[in-house]
Design a protein around this ligand. Structure first.
Ligand SMILES: [Zn+2]
Length: 115
């Protein structure tokens, strides 16, 4: 992969965690708001618990994405970025553009998900 391309993917990847952090902040603000309005001690506790669970899974997937981004940045450093980790094939640019944090080609990704 060309140096300029690597630099472009790196800046895309580096800008992603910041976006996730701001999403987290918005979440916290929402939680604070519902605490002060007393939503959490209302009779509708089941719904509240569901909301909390959704929040937890959002946080979980954000954490996983942050890990993937760090991993992708490591691979840019080591010159392995854009190469499938499982079969060594080049990952098409269109796939990297859509999801810069991927480390598997489509075939390996599908095999991985089917397993
Ligand atoms: Zn592959």
């Amino acid at each position: 992969m060309k140096k300029e391309e690597l630099a472009r993917y790196r800046s895309v990847l580096e800008n992603q965690p910041a976006r996730l952090e701001s999403t987290n902040r918005e979440h916290e603000e929402l939680l604070d708001e519902s605490r002060t309005t007393g939503d959490f001690i209302g009779p509708d506790r089941a719904a509240d618990l569901e909301t909390l669970e959704v929040d937890a899974s959002v946080a979980e997937s954000e954490h996983r994405l942050a890990e993937k981004i760090r991993h992708a940045l490591d691979r840019i450093e080591s010159g392995e970025y854009g190469i499938c980790e499982a079969c060594g094939a080049e990952i098409p640019a269109a796939r990297l553009d859509a999801k810069p944090s991927v480390s598997l080609c489509i075939l390996c990704q599908e095999a991985h998900e089917a397993a």
